[in-house]
Design a binder for this molecule. Structure first.
Ligand code: UD1
Ligand code: MG
Length: 394
C-alpha cells in the first residue's frame, strides 16, 4: 500500500530520468576536464603503483559529480514545488526551506572540500566548518519539527522512564552527526575506489531504506531523501568507474565531504539519523580505531594508506615510526629504553591487511566494500527490522 500520489510518482520518474542524463554528463565531463585539473596543479601521484612518480592523476574529480548533482537538485525543487504554483494552492514555505537549507549545507561542504584539496586545510578547520554549515539545517529542524524527545528502549524503561527530552543536547547531537559524516569517509581512504565505493554503498542502503519506509507514516521525509539519493548515486557512479583500480582519477576531499554532508542532511531532515549512523558502522569503527592518531597520542603521518611491495605487487599494512619522546601522553607505558618504536597505522584498511596478509590493491578494495555491505548495510537492516522488535513496540 503506497502512500504517495500520482504527482509524487511522476516526480520520482522525472528524478530518475534527469539523473540518468546527469550521469551521462559527468561521464562525458571527466575526460574533457581531467587535463585542465592537472594543468591547474590539481593532481596527485597514485602512491601504490610501481610507476607512481611518473604519472599525474587528476585530483578533486568529485567536484564534477557534486556540481551536476546540485544542478539536478535545483531542477528537482522546481518540479517538486510546481504542484503548488497555481493561485489557489497554499505554497508550503516550510517544506521549501528544508530543501534550500539542505542544498546550502551540501554546497558549503563541496566548497570546503575543494578548498581542502587546493589548500590542505588544518584539522581544526575541517571540524569547525561542517559544524557551522549545519546551522541552517538545525534552524529548519527547530522551526519545522522542534521535537527533541527520544523514546527509550523497553528494557531500560522501568528505570529511566518512557521517553527523554534531550533539548539542546539533541541539537548538539545533530551537529555532531554532520561533523562526523563529513570527515568519516575521508579518513577511510587511500585505496583506489574506496572513498566513492563506500559512499555509493551507503547511498544505495539509504535509498532501499527510503523505498521501504515510503509505506510508513513518515513517507514524506523519506520521499525527500529519495529525491536526493537518486541523483547522488547517478552522479557518483561514473566517478567510481574511473576511480576503480587502476585509478584514472582521484575523487578528492571534495567528494568525501560532499557525500558525507548529503547523508547527514537527509538523515537529519528525514528523521532517520540513528539508522543513517548505523550505515556508517565501518566508518565508526575506523574512527574509534583512529582516535590515538587523530588526537596525536601516537604520531599521525600525512598518509596512513597501505604500502606497496613492488616485487609482489601487493599491499602491506603501513607503519609509523617515532621516537619514544614523541609519545607524549602514553610515555609512561614505555620504559624499555628502546630508541625507535613502530606500529601499523590505526585504520580498518591496515587491520584487514594485518589479518589477511599482503593483498593486491583491487582485492583489498573489494574486501573493504564487502565489509561496508555486510557491516554497514546488512547488519543495519537486521538491527532496524528484526532486533528492534525486542527494544521498541513498533
Ligand atoms: C586521508 C587520510 C590519510 C590517507 C589519505 C589518502 C587520515 C587522517 N587521513 O588524508 O591517512 O593517506 O586520506 O586518501 O586518515 N591516494 C592514493 N591512492 C588512492 C587515494 C589517494 O595514492 O586511492 C593519494 C594520492 O596521492 C592523492 C592523495 O592520496 O593525491 C589524496 O590524499 P588526501 O585526500 O589529500 O588526504 P587526506 O584526506 O588529508
Ligand atoms: Mg582525502
Amino acid at each position: 500500500k503506497l502512500t504517495i500520489d500520482r504527482f509524487d510518482l511522476f516526480t520520482i520518474i522525472f528524478d530518475i530520468l534527469i539523473s540518468i542524463l546527469g550521469s551521462l554528463i559527468v561521464n562525458r565531463l571527466i575526460p574533457i576536464l581531467k587535463e585542465k585539473f592537472i594543468k591547474a596543479q590539481l593532481w596527485g601521484h597514485d602512491l601504490n603503483k610501481r610507476n607512481s612518480t611518473e604519472i599525474k592523476v587528476a585530483e578533486s574529480q568529485g567536484v564534477l559529480a557534486a556540481g551536476i548533482f546540485l544542478i539536478l537538485m535545483f531542477i528537482m525543487i522546481a518540479i517538486v514545488f510546481s504542484e503548488h504554483l497555481h493561485p489557489e494552492s497554499v505554497f508550503p514555505h516550510n517544506k521549501f526551506v528544508e530543501y534550500l537549507a539542505a542544498l546550502l549545507s551540501i554546497c558549503c561542504m563541496v566548497l570546503l572540500g575543494f578548498a581542502d584539496d587546493v589548500l590542505d586545510l588544518r584539522w581544526s578547520i575541517k571540524l569547525l566548518l561542517p559544524l557551522i554549515a549545519s546551522l541552517p539545517l538545525l534552524l529548519v529542524y527547530f522551526a519545522n519539527y522542534h521535537s527533541t524527545t527520544i523514546i527509550l528502549p523497553k528494557p531500560v524503561r522501568p528505570y529511566l522512564g518512557q521517553q527523554w527530552n534531550l533539548g539542546i543536547l539533541y541539537y548538539i547531537y545533530m551537529s555532531m552527526v554532520a561533523v562526523f559524516c563529513t570527515n568519516a569517509i575521508n579518513i577511510l581512504a587511500g585505496v583506489n575506489g574506496l572513498e566513492v565505493g563506500q559512499s555509493i554503498v551507503i547511498a544505495i542502503s539509504i535509498l532501499i531504506f527510503n523505498l521501504v519506509e515510503l509505506q510508513g507514516i513518515c513517507w514524506e521525509e523519506h520521499l525527500f531523501s529519495l529525491y536526493f539519493m537518486i541523483p547522488f548515486i547517478a552522479c557518483t557512479l561514473p566517478i567510481l568507474i574511473k576511480n576503480w583500480y587502476p585509478a584514472e582519477i582521484f575523487v578528492g576531499d571534495t567528494l568525501c565531504y560532499f557525500s558525507g554532508m548529503t547523508f547527514a542532511v537527509v538523515g537529519i531532515i528525514g528523521h532517520f539519523s540513528k539508522t543513517m549512523l548505523l550505515f556508517f558502522i565501518p566508518q565508526i569503527i575506523n574512527f574509534l580505531l583512529s582516535i590515538p592518531q587523530l588526537f596525536h597520542f601516537i604520531p599521525c603521518p600525512r598518509h596512513r594508506l597501505p604500502r606497496l611491495n613492488p616485487e609482489l605487487n601487493k599491499l602491506n599494512a603501513s607503519e609509523v615510526e617515532f621516537k619514544k619522546s614523541d609519545l607524549k601522553t602514553l610515555e609512561y607505558l614505555n620504559n624499555d629504553g628502546e630508541l625507535m618504536i613502530s606500529t601499523t597505522n590505526f585504520t580498518i584498511i591496515n587491520t584487514v591487511l594485518c589479518w589477511c596478509g599482503p593483498l593486491h590493491e583491487e582485492k583489498l578494495s573489494r574486501i573493504l566494500i564487502l565489509i561496508q555491505i555486510v557491516f554497514g548495510t546488512l547488519l543495519t537492516f537486521f538491527i532496524r527490522y528484526y532486533l528492534v522488535k525486542f527494544f521498541y513496540d513498533s
